[in-house]
Design a protein around this ligand. Structure first.
Ligand code: GTP
Ligand code: SPV
Ligand code: MN
Length: 617
């Protein structure tokens, strides 16, 4: 670890931020809260304690205000439906900013504005933005309280929906204040829906503002979010803190904050493996995290479904935690046949957002059951029938539920020191080219694979669904610093690990399609077959064949027992087409050139080595 920090301190800004140091202790927290209140002018300030009585009070109040619908407790106890404004349904990457002193520290993949200029702009935007509303103070811990890899934060927000969600997604409440009182530092996050109320003005069901700002100040470890109430825009512990701010913290301190699920895989002999996997938004993390293997004798247990913090340990292994305490998962496509674990997790105590409402007071979304109910109220609150010709649930509709409710949480999911990682997977949606699974030859090759991931765009953020874009480490929207420095940091982390104890790295792709445009691989529970091969590689028991892009399974040895695949599906799933990979290499060169001299030499070398292998092929 020492090695990593030294390298970084040479390049990082010499001046430590004064604001971070000043934010210690309860008095500093109170002063900060008072300053935000003086700027945003709420009618009242409420400090949240994280108790069940508090969340009951808030849900009652939101139901009375028409902002939540209580679901029929017979089917779904203590559960609620929220319908967002139709223009506030996903993360807004075009309005997400990384504000570092120097533009090159934010890098070419982030929107950048100078901190002083952004602060001046935000002062105007937030002035009076909470008028007529309550400002809640939400103290939270990312990771188990007091854990070795854990970090504290405080969110102030004028959205009670955000408070409830933060209570599910984090360890929230008074116990965090004790740690702050003891002098633990905390990340400061400010959230306003940007819809002040005039005296006597009636509120709407989902207040928000057409102008949005999702602003990170990594140098002072602050987040300012304005105008949106939805997901990662509003639950600031999640993408804003646990990825954008935390990735910048990790770079300074020698650890990693990644867009990764975390699972424990156990083989029929009882040997366990911990696996982290980075897939872009809506590309299958929640599904893999909750997998029920189709292969007899194998077991998957869940540690996390979206974010992992990883740190080299004194033993030379990479250790990881899930900093969250809940799931904010994609609803559509979640059903008995795809993710029965999630369906069971959602039995109650769940907030659903933008799914459809059944006539019996329960919820529904595309993929929950094969046959839709004859009548629903859709996510916009309009009547819906199967012949309506539009989805009943928004494609980015989600559930918010405590991790503890998942029936297959691993016993070590809250281990204060985390768990040792045996394998790291990178994936994405690729209709062509990328095989079902391929193993990197070493850490550096693995970093190259992570850095060059591309994926077809999903509904998790604004933009055109299906468009292929680079999403390095699945962190394109979430890296709080220069993406090329992120790759250099990954290389440095590799150096801090013992070479024979570093996780093995793999690329996976559940989404390859045949000539008929259909998925070649059944996915979901059958992905256990890929995990089986990965475990076999870690244990040194499964064979592999070298290819130009890495190590592939031996097709005849790959476990497809009991699986009914079309004749040449396996060949197609593992096919490596030299001409397409030449084109892929050209595109990678173009992509890399966007990072100029900041591109780590090791990655240029990896690309050159790939070209050499392609030339020889
Ligand atoms: P974020 O929460 O946005 O970060 O996404 P995520 O990566 O957790 O995505 P999630 O697991 O919710 O998957 C979203 C979509 O991928 C759903 O429509 C799933 O049905 C689909 N999906 C997941 N796994 C598979 C698979 O193995 N095969 C196929 N074909 N689709 C899958
Ligand atoms: C994602 O988009 O990757 C999510 C949902 O996990 S959000 O929390 O809104 O970012
Ligand atoms: Mn995500």
């Amino acid at each position: 670890i020492a090695h990593v920090s030294e390298t970084q301190h040479r390049t990082a800004d010499a001046e430590p931020s004064r604001t971070v140091d000043e934010r210690r202790g309860i008095a500093a927290l109170e002063a900060w809260v008072a300053r935000i209140a003086a700027l945003t002018r709420p009618d009242r300030v409420v400090w949240c304690d994280g108790t069940r009585a508090e969340s009951d009070r808030l849900t009652k109040q939101l139901v009375a205000e028409g902002k939540l619908i209580r679901l029929n407790p017979e089917w779904r106890p203590n559960s609620f439906l929220a319908r967002s404004d139709p223009d506030d349904v996903a993360r807004v990457e075009s309005r997400t900013f990384i504000c570092t002193t120097r533009q090159e520290d934010a890098g070419p993949t982030n929107n950048w504005v100078a901190p002083d200029a952004m602060r001046a702009e935000l002062d105007g935007v937030f002035a009076g933005s909470m008028r007529g509303r309550t400002m809640y103070v939400v103290p939270f811990s990312m990771g188990p309280l007091g854990g070795r890899l854990s970090q504290l934060g405080v969110q102030v927000t004028d959205s009670a929906y955000a408070v409830l969600s933060m209570g599910v997604m984090t360890r929230m409440g008074s116990r965090v204040l004790d740690l702050i009182e003891a002098g633990e530092p905390w990340v400061a996050t400010v959230h306003s829906v940007g819809a002040p109320l005039a005296p006597g003005e009636r509120d709407v069901a989902w207040p928000c503002n057409p102008t949005k700002y999702i602003v990170q100040f990594p140098e002072t470890r602050e987040v300012w979010s304005y105008g949106s109430g939805y997901g990662g825009n509003a639950l600031l512990a999640k993408k804003c803190f646990a990825l954008r701010i935390a990735s910048a913290m990790g770079r300074e301190e020698g650890w990693l904050a990644e867009h990764m699920l975390l699972i424990k895989l156990t083989d029929p002999r009882g040997r366990s493996y911990h696996i982290a996997a980075a897939f872009p938004s809506a590309c299958g993390k929640t599904n893999l995290a909750m997998l029920r293997p189709s292969v007899p004798g194998w077991r998957v247990e869940t540690l996390g479904d979206d974010i992992a913090w990883l740190r080299p340990g004194e033993d030379g292994r990479l250790w990881g935690i899930n900093p969250e305490a809940g799931f904010f998962g994609v609803a559509p496509g979640t059903g008995e046949s795809t993710n029965a674990t999630a369906v069971e997790t959602l039995w109650g105590n769940t907030i659903f957002t933008n799914v459809a409402l059944r006539d019996d007071g329960d919820v529904w979304w595309e993929g929950l059951t094969d046959t839709p109910p004859a009548h629903l109220v859709d996510w916009r609150g309009e009547d819906w029938t199967p012949s309506s010709g539009r989805p009943a649930a928004h494609p980015n509709s989600r559930f918010t539920v405590a991790a503890a409710q998942c029936p297959q949480m691993a016993d070590d999911w809250e281990a204060p020191d985390g768990v040792p990682i045996d394998a790291i997977l990178f994936g994405g949606r690729r209709a062509t080219n990328v095989p079902l699974v391929v193993e990197a030859t070493d850490w550096r090759h693995g970093v190259y694979i992570g850095a060059t991931i591309s994926s077809e765009k999903t509904a998790a953020s604004e933009g055109t669904v299906g468009e292929l874009r680079r999403d390095p480490f699945a962190m394109l929207p979430f890296c709080g610093y220069n993406m090329a420095d992120h790759w250099a940091h990954w290389l440095a982390i590799g150096d801090a690990l013992r070479f024979d104890r570093a996780p093995r790295m793999f690329q996976v792709n559940w989404f390859r399609k045949g000539a008929d445009g259909e998925f070649l691989w059944p996915g979901f529970g059958e992905n256990a077959r890929v995990l089986e091969w990965i475990a076999g590689r870690v244990a040194g028991e499964a064979g592999a064949v070298e290819s130009i892009i890495g190590r592939l399974p031996v097709v005849d040895e790959f476990d497809v027992d009991g699986l009914d695949l079309p004749d040449d599906a396996l060949e197609q799933l593992f096919a490596v087409d030299v001409e397409s990979w030449r084109q892929e290499a050209d595109l990678t060169e173009e992509f890399f050139s966007g990072f100029g001299s900041r591109l780590p030499a090791a990655l240029a070398t990896e690309l050159a080595a790939l070209r050499y292998r392609l030339a020889a092929a």
